[in-house]
Design a binder for this molecule. Structure first.
Ligand SMILES: [Zn+2]
Length: 384
């Protein structure tokens, strides 16, 4: 079949066009439509395919094979028919913002640190860029600053089709060996790269680039980015979160991190004081236990660790079973000890009698029971 004329290569802001249907074949997921010309970008180079309309048919996916572009549609079209195409421009402009931003940042990472971009992908909720070298937070901050300066410089994004001779004299980034006419995307001051994708006309249209995260990946660095409208959404959301946290902590927005750290320290000190008070309380309860006396106790708000400590404190004073319960989840959490005995069979009997689960060591069993009526718990221990 004849190669499809690619309108998007030189007119990336052309979202409406007319073309002639050359072929339409049924496919597993719909119909595969071939036109003589198209503005629909087929998936490639990390940029997803366009969607939109061909006549009344929805274009669900677009791909290219041997220079022929196939539109996957949800309705058939008639060969020979002239059809109006409408590309979803919101989706495409978002992709161009991310893709052009990626060129700027990749070109700058390359010129600053000799980094190669070895992977790139745009999805609905993430823009991923894989660099082949490990990069420090300082290096990334410097690159991000330079990329945003390049955006404000509002340089043109040029598409060039150099001759073999011109190409041989050119320094450019490329992910693979290229054959045939090479398409070069050049952004003065930022990047020169072989690329098949669609781009904005000027760097200023990217608006902003923000690196959201960086992690070590296969000996290099995997970055998550947001450019343009996506960056604005992320920064707006984060700003809103900081404002809410700032109000909750009564701290200035630029001091919330210190305020959270201070709260953490205060919480740790409170926990220490609470544990100390509990220890005094447990000692006083244990002081009232008579040797040989069984202990079955219900206490509010005890953590699993506090249950354990209280139960062991009681068990030190008597050789009879000791059980402590505290409301937790939808039932009662418990700790069970029996000085000088393996307490596990008693734990098993308790679980069976009162719909419980849990286990432990010969000296201590912990778990929970579904039963919430403490009188039934007492009745169980009466039978011992
Ligand atoms: Zn590109």
């Amino acid at each position: 079949m004849e190669p499809t004329k690619r309108i998007y290569e030189n007119e990336s802001f052309c979202f409406e066009f007319t073309g002639h249907v050359l072929d339409c074949q049924p496919d597993k997921k719909g119909w595969l439509v071939v036109l003589d010309r198209t503005a629909f970008f087929p998936e490639g180079g990390g940029q997803p395919a366009d969607t939109g309309l061909l006549g009344q048919a929805h274009v669900l996916d677009v791909h290219i094979r041997e220079n022929v572009i196939y539109h996957l549609t949800d309705a058939p079209l008639t060969p020979g028919q002239e059809v109006k195409g409408q590309v979803d421009s919101t989706r495409r402009i978002d992709h161009m913002e991310q893709h052009t931003g990626e060129h700027i940042l990749s070109g700058i990472l390359h010129s600053l640190y000799g980094v190669e971009n070895v992977g790139f992908g745009i999805s609905a909720d993430n823009v991923r860029l894989d660099a082949n070298l490990e990069l420090s937070a300082e290096q990334l901050a410097a690159a991000e600053e330079a990329a945003n300066a390049a955006i404000r410089a509002d340089s043109p994004v040029q598409v060039l089709y150099p001759t073999d001779q011109e190409l041989a004299a050119m320094t450019y980034r490329s992910k693979k060996e290229l054959e045939g006419q090479v398409r070069i995307v050049a952004i003065p001051g930022s990047d020169v790269c072989a690329c098949c994708g669609t781009h904005l006309a000027r760097t200023g249209q990217v608006g902003i680039i923000k690196i959201l995260s960086a992690e070590k990946y296969k000996g290099g660095t995997r970055l998550s980015l947001a450019c343009g409208g996506r960056a604005w959404k992320v920064l707006t959301h984060d700003h809103d979160q900081v404002s809410q946290i700032s109000a909750l902590l009564s701290a200035k927005p630029d001091q919330v991190a210190q305020a959270v750290q201070r709260q953490g320290e205060e919480l740790a000190a409170q926990k220490q004081r609470c544990a100390l008070a509990e220890t005094h309380w447990f000692e006083s309860l244990a002081g009232q236990v008579k040797p040989g006396e069984k202990q079955v106790m219900l206490a509010e708000n005890l953590s699993p660790d506090s249950l354990r400590r209280l139960c062991l404190a009681l068990s030190e004073k008597t050789d009879a079973p000791c059980a402590v319960f505290s409301p937790g989840g939808s039932g009662l959490a418990y700790a069970l000890a029996w000085a000088g005995q393996d307490v596990r069979p008693l734990g098993k009997a308790l679980n069976e009698a009162l719909s419980g689960r849990g286990g432990g060591k010969p000296v201590l069993v912990q778990g929970s029971i579904a039963e919430t009526d403490f009188e039934k718990v007492r009745a169980f221990f009466e039978t011992l």
